[in-house]
Design a protein around this ligand. Structure first.
Ligand code: IPE
Ligand code: IPE
Ligand code: MG
Length: 260
């Protein structure tokens, strides 16, 4: 019998080799890439691509809720994106603010719990308070979890976890032998969230760009050529169909036909 990888099935603490046409990932993480190229191809400023990217995000999140994806993580600004021109950076900050102001009510209404991953210290005070507001308002929601990775860098996150653990060892409150993969996972911004099953990157680039490096150890990677502003329900369904065709082994062997 084919093991079903439905939202409930994947809750099992120990994932095993599995495949299944009915497979639905529990946690989908998306690298929303290609806004700049979308705009440039139309002779528009890059920021217009980012604006259209927010609309695509809205449509994609609605579709993910309809489909029943339990957790969605979106990469909206990387630690390395500060190296872009100042006007683009401030445009992106403005879009984040507008997204939270305009969409928080709808997300809350839909029962979405919002979490933010990334370094907040270098963000402006008004953004920091909006992030706190979004998390506080939706903390009790039990529908979908939306993690917005903003000013996020996976290496920085892992280094931060290592630093915290090292300080505990130095203070004598932790035994170095207790530094296990689980102890590190529990110090990341995704603590308590199951690892992504599926990581999608749009725009045809095939790299992770410092996104969820630890958490994606066994994620299925799907790269789609579509530029992010053109993303939505249809493209998400294609990625999910591709995921359902994959066979996840987690280091084991293929699920074999009985008697083989
Ligand atoms: C993704 O689109 C959005 C962010 C990185 C903030 P890009 O702005 O990277 O678009 P391209 O890759 O230049 O087309
Ligand atoms: C990754 O895209 C970051 C986000 C999508 C937010 P980039 O466009 O910044 O990545 P690189 O520079 O092409 O690797
Ligand atoms: Mg890019």
């Amino acid at each position: 019998m084919t093991e079903r990888y439905g939202a409930a099935g994947l809750a099992a603490a120990q994932p095993g080799p599995s495949r299944g046409a009915a497979a639905l990932p529990r946690h989908v993480a998306i690298i929303m890439d290609g806004n700049g190229r979308w705009a440039e191809a139309r002779g528009l400023p890059r920021l217009e691509g980012h604006r259209r990217g927010v609309e695509a995000l809205r449509a994609t999140l609605r579709a993910a809720r309809d489909i029943g994806i339990e957790i969605v993580t979106v990469y909206s600004f990387s630690s390395e994106n500060w190296s872009r021109p100042a006007t683009e950076v401030s445009g992106l900050m403005g879009l984040l603010k507008r997204f939270i102001r305009n969409d928080l009510a709808e997300l809350h209404e839909a029962g979405v719990r919002v979490r933010i991953a990334g370094d907040r210290d270098s963000l402006s005070r008004d953004i920091r308070s909006l992030l706190v507001e979004a998390e506080a308002l939706t903390a009790g929601n039990r529908g979908q979890t939306l993690i917005v990775a903003f000013n996020y860098g996976s290496r920085q996150e892992i280094a931060e976890a290592a630093r915290t653990l090292a300080m505990e060892v130095a203070a004598g409150t932790r035994d170095p032998a207790s530094i296990t993969p689980e102890a590190i996972s529990a110090r990341l911004s995704t603590a308590g969230i199951p690892d992504p099953d599926l990581v999608i990157r749009t725009s045809g680039e095939m790299r992770l760009s410092n996104f969820l490096l630890w958490q994606s150890a066994y994620a299925e990677l799907v790269f789609q050529p579509v530029l992010w502003p053109d993303y939505g329900r249809e493209a998400l369904l294609e990625a999910l169909a591709e995921y359902a065709r994959r066979e996840r082994r987690f280091g084991g062997v293929a699920a074999v036909v009985a008697g083989a």
